[in-house]
Unconditional design. Sequence first.
Lengths: 254, 405
Amino acid sequence: MATLEIRDLHVSVEADNATKEILKGVDLTVRQGETHAIMGPNGSGKSTLAYSLAGHPKYTITSGTVTLDGENVLDMTVDERARAGLFLAMQYPVEIPGVSVSNFLRTSATAIRGEAPKLRTWVKEVKETMTGLQMDPAFAERNVNEGFSGGEKKRHEILQLELLKPKIAILDETDSGLDVDALRVVSEGVNRVRETGEVGTLLITHYTRILRYIKPDFVHVFAHGRIAASGGAELADKLENEGYEVYTKGGASA
Amino acid sequence: MAEALNTPTLGSARAGGPPPAGSTTAGSIAVAAESTVATRMSAPPSFDVADFPVPHGREEEWRFTPLERLRGLHDGTAVATGDAVKVAVDAPEGVTVETVGREDSRLGKAGTPVDRVAAQAYSSFTRASVVTVAKEAVLTEPIRIAVHGEGGVAFGHQLIELGAFAEAVVVIDHTGDAVLAANVDYVLGDGAKLTVVSVQDWDANAVHVGQHNALIGRDASFKSIIVTFGGDLVRLHPRISYAAPGGEAELFGLYFTDKGQHQEHRLLVDHNTPHCKSNVAYKGALQGQGAHAVWIGDVLIQAAAEGTDTYEMNRNLVLTDGARVDSVPNLEIETGEIVGAGHASATGRFDDEQLFYLQSRGIPAEEARRLVVRGFFAELVQQIGLPDVEARLLDKIETELKASV
């Protein structure tokens, strides 16, 4: 069973010629089949956690470990992490002019699977997955993220999640900027992947709204660069009623 | 209807990220009186080099060009060395190939030199190649012209003339090492169709400067594909004018500017005649310290040119730091009675975020870069319509990417 283990993770960024520590000792274990919601106010470091795990060059790991099935993730390049089974659905995916969605998806699936998918089954697979996400087939001929609406970008991220079938999926504020209909469609896509039981999901969100569609097994409150509290789904209800204030007031006391 | 007058698409850096350091993009649509094209000339067009002052580098038409790298082509110090450049023409039946002297009356009809180096070439060449396709001859095989530099300085002139309703494809390959100033004339008879692919695949030290004049007959169509990969300095000046109504010009260009290279393409489409069309699309990729691409796109719509339909576009992809692009589209309109006119220019860069995104999907960095550059050029390459040329260009792009990224 695939397991992502994060131990005492400290992460810094360079900003204005100064080093700022953003993650201050994160401990978390995500197993295949589990869904963890990470909730927290803006600036608490949720997205930094997501991008650090994926290997974004902006972030420097200053101490701690991250392993996937015992393998040191922090030693891997960004593409090696993806091939090892990590996937990050981004909040603001970037445009890639001149590269069509269909070419991108196939190149990516080839890299992840280690061989080019057979054309006939691949075309069918993509088409069916797009239908499930209520995406027009013409979408495949557009350039990656170019001129996509907010909702289209998120659907495209979840399309990749469904096609690439990672061991660990990190969803960074996939719900932000979506109307209720789009949120439902995107959540259904995530749930299709979760129902296979083969993915561990780290759902990063600011709002409890998405948790009505994607039921977490665990909820963690993120504040001041670390997990301030953990619980079951009931913790989300508490946050809904009481907000984050109780966790943000105390400062970064260890 | 004059689209451009209502919604000018002034050349602007595309949204989605800041323009790269060292890139400039400018654009203008001038109406009547002030002509930017006029300011790009230090002297009226002339076949005689003596009519042009030696440029000092601050002139509008020279300000992007490193004069010291012209190896004397601009100031009269470059002197022809015998057999510096060999020209071989391989033509199918129905084509006449001649080598003629300066006095041949067919030369120089498509256009007059507009800068000192073009005039120097015209004043200095001793023999010219003339390739003639008889009227109504429709060639099934391309005419291939190999221009190979053997080192040294050369001045050249070529004329390619198609009779009425003739159809031909010409592929011109420039290879080897040379300091070459050469002009090319294309003369298209009524209803003729000419496609020219000019590939600048020079060795690293070559210098190539030339003016390409096309004179397009009634209802004739001209398609030009300029492909510049090699050389230390390449500065080409494709110019189009129309002899009669109904002409069409498609000008495509593709350049891959590497470390230290200067590649400059300066286009002029002179809509001097009613009911003609032009479409200009140039794309370039740059990589490495000191890579410098210059694109000037001048389109004139003269008062007489009612019913003109024109569009021009330049896009650049900057792959690394230290490269510079100057892209200047310019549209001058003297009549509003046109079908359409527009221009666009954008310089974007392959940035770390794109790399991160592709890598985060399992795609290794090298492949990610290739994917982006191939995609960038593919759209243009597909418009060439000559499968063997398309395949060769895509191969060449791959080689360029492997060579220095």
